[in-house]
Design a protein around this ligand. Structure first.
Ligand code: NFS
Ligand code: SF4
Length: 664
């Protein structure tokens, strides 16, 4: 346990045996901290308390144990990792690589299954079996088709869609060859993958093979395991996640900038408040229809409410924030805390990052909690199944029950009075358009500004929040440090929400940026931090990198670009899969909080150092946000130097013509 948390741990236990926290040590989110205080007054336990009570196992934390067979479980020493081997003889490197591989397999499975659901909906829409959704963005459909070499000249939208569906199904099922989106990978990067034998086949095959190879007594060479776990991770980033993003855009529209609010202050005491928390946009899109249905709005008014207020949380929240400007109540570590307001009448969840602890908190406040996806039920929680063929059946029912709960609300409501306005919804397509202008959308201005040094490089800061470290703090400090040093930051998921709460999504936040980046932001009218949506939308970052390579002047492969990535407060296996696909794609990726490998072992050196010399990126680790920023900037500068663009920065002020060129 970190020192901070030890400090945070209760000095005295109350009668209920509840841990009292030093709240300043566990979160910098004011709304969440207000709700932790209320929870403690109400005797309600949150994940913050459970984290303080649950000391992480030091051996497990560094992945120095194995329970892959019944000769074990075997525990090796993380202090002296080579002093022992498992009963089967497995070394620390084998054990760690296998454990790491299984995290990748699980994370990849989560994203690809989400993508598969989107593809299922797409197929049924094309077949006419689903009528509630339709193809909203035919231009994107065509663009995606062309990007993977499909012949679509003269085809109708439906024909194009059918063709694309058949092709993208291979992302899952293809037993040999390369997945369709491999065609989008910059040629030099693809060449490296081919050399390393890590170009993914269908995700089902890759995950299956990885699970096989990490079984007792199969692959016992950490380098060989790294090959398969890289290939599996790429089947996530350039496969399942990318399918999820692209199909969502085609069905629900590609995001363009939208002003929207975040934080718990978006709850309204006099409204029926409904939160959707999870990852797949289908449920949320349907809920958006339900809450605007005149008969349901009328029912809410009959119950004494002024209306129905819909908010998002976590990733589907981030996606709806980006796509439709739906307000967002908070990130992962705020999902229980928001229920403490007593203002949430219903919370509907689908899959991923849904804490089982929500059930207890919801019960304490009489909030209606609903699971909706057959993949994710919670013992004791009411399940209202969502079917894409009749989506409104589920979401209307949830709205009706939310109205009933509003009518019977008991106890006082306390809503933290904090809301933060910002601009969200930057897709890679929009970045193109924003910087290049309507008539010649392109990445040329971005590359030019990187080459001339106004923008030093680009960093992706993404990922979860984690009760093992002070919520939002590392995200916010890291991003501030990066933009101060002229690094343009792109974000997704819970990290995006952390920065939105800190006010960095307003164009005015450009004053926090270094002079070069500020100049670009001011000319274009964009914030110094660009939010791209949910975690599967990290695939937008891959495409943005690809566009930068294609545009020219910044090298031939993603590994040449002056870019870096970070997940400073990560917690999920999905984050590991994401990290690995960025590394395999050529990006230096720094994680914070903790890293599940013993430092200094051969496997550690392999993925923290050697992968870079093979043409990939590499992992980095730092807990401290300033150290993390230093490492990322140093890497960006190293890449600038290799590209020969590290010369003294040109300090030209924009004249009117240049300004016109940059603005949209
Ligand atoms: Ni990403 Fe989304 Fe958040 Fe982490 Fe969970 S919500 S998919 S895993 S916690 S960023
Ligand atoms: Fe132990 Fe080997 Fe079995 Fe793992 S696979 S539990 S290291 S004997």
């Amino acid at each position: 346990m970190s020192k901070e948390l030890l400090k945070a741990k209760a000095k005295d236990k109350e009668e209920k045996g509840m841990t009292k926290l030093d709240i300043r040590e566990v979160t910098t989110c004011q709304a969440t901290s207000q709700m932790i205080q209320k929870a403690e007054r109400d005797g309600v336990e949150l994940a913050f308390h459970r984290a303080a009570d649950m000391k992480p196992c030091p051996i497990g934390a560094e992945s120095a144990c194995c329970k892959h067979c019944a000769m074990g479980p075997c525990r090796l020493s993380s202090k002296d990792p080579y002093s022992k081997v498992g009963v089967c003889g497995a070394t620390i490197d084998t054990i760690q690589a296998r454990n790491f591989g299984r995290m990748v397999a699980s994370g990849c499975a989560a994203h690809t299954d989400h993508g598969m659901t989107m593809l299922d909906v797409f197929r049924e829409v094309i077949r006419g079996n689903i009528k509630d959704y339709k193809i909203k963005d035919p231009a994107k459909l065509e663009e995606v088709c062309r990007s993977i070499g499909l012949e679509v000249d003269g085809l109708e939208t439906e024909e194009m869609a059918k063709l694309l569906y058949e092709e993208l199904e291979k992302t899952y099922t293809q037993v040999e060859g390369e997945i369709p989106f491999a065609k989008r990978v910059p040629p030099k990067t693809l060449e490296t993958w081919r050399k390393l034998n890590i170009v993914p086949r269908g995700a089902m095959r890759e995950i299956m093979e990885l699970m096989h190879r990490t079984h007792m007594g199969v692959d016992q060479d950490y380098k060989n395991l790294t090959q398969q776990l890289s290939r599996t991770a790429l089947a996530d980033g350039w496969g399942g996640s990318m399918v999820a993003t692209e199909i969502s855009d085609i069905l629900f529209g590609t995001p363009t900038p939208v002003r929207a609010e975040v934080n718990m202050g978006c709850l309204k005491a006099d409204h029926v408040n409904i939160i959707v928390h999870g990852h797949e946009p289908n449920l949320f899109e349907s809920m958006l229809e339900s809450v605007t249905d005149p008969s349901l709005v009328e029912a809410a008014k009959q119950a004494g409410a002024k209306g129905i207020n819909l908010l998002g949380m976590c990733c589907s929240g981030a996606e709806m924030l980006s796509r439709h400007g739906v307000p967002h109540a908070g990130n992962f570590m705020s999902t229980e805390a928001v229920l403490v307001t007593n203002a949430v009448d219903a919370m509907a969840v689908d899959v991923q990052c849904i804490k089982q602890g929500l059930a207890k908190v919801a019960e304490c406040y009489g909030t209606k909690l609903f699971t909706t996806n057959p993949r994710c039920k919670i013992e004791g929680v009411e399940h209202v199944e969502f079917h894409e063929h009749e989506p409104r059946k589920c979401t209307d029912q949830i709205v009706i029950m939310a109205i009933a709960r509003f009518k019977n609300r008991k106890g006082p409501v306390e809503i933290p009075n904090i809301r933060n306005m910002g601009i969200h919804g930057f897709s890679h397509e929009y970045i193109n358009y924003m910087l290049g202008g309507t008539f010649r959308a392109s990445y040329v201005p971005l590359n030019d500004n990187i080459i001339n040094g106004r923008i030093r490089g680009v960093a992706g800061v993404v990922g979860c929040t984690n009760p093992r470290i002070k919520q939002d703090w590392v995200h916010v400090e890291l991003v501030k440090e990066l933009i101060k040093n002229d690094v343009l930051v792109v974000q997704t998921g819970c990290s995006q929400i952390a920065l939105a709460k800190a006010g960095l999504y307003q164009p005015e936040a450009a004053y926090l940026a270094g002079p070069g980046l500020r100049e670009v932001c001011e000319a274009v009218g964009m914030p110094p931090v660009l939010g791209l949506g949910s975690c599967v939308d990290n695939s937008r970052i891959l495409i943005a990198c690809t566009e930068m390579v294609r545009t020219g002047g910044l090298g031939d492969s993603i590994a040449d670009l002056p870019v870096a990535g970070a997940a400073p407060e990560w917690m999920s296996e999905k984050a590991i899969s994401i990290g690995q696909y960025f590394v395999a794609s050529g990006v230096y990726t720094v994680f914070g909080c903790t890293f599940p490998i013993v430092e200094g072992t051969k496997f550690y050196k392999h993925i923290f150092e050697e992968l870079e010399s093979l043409g990939c990126g590499k992992w980095g680790f730092a807990r401290d946000p300033y150290e993390m920023a230093r490492m990322m900037i140093e890497h960006i500068d190293k890449k600038r130097k290799a590209l020969g663009i590290d010369k003294a920065r040109e300090r030209v002020l924009y004249d009117m013509a240049a300004r016109r060129e940059l603005s949209f």
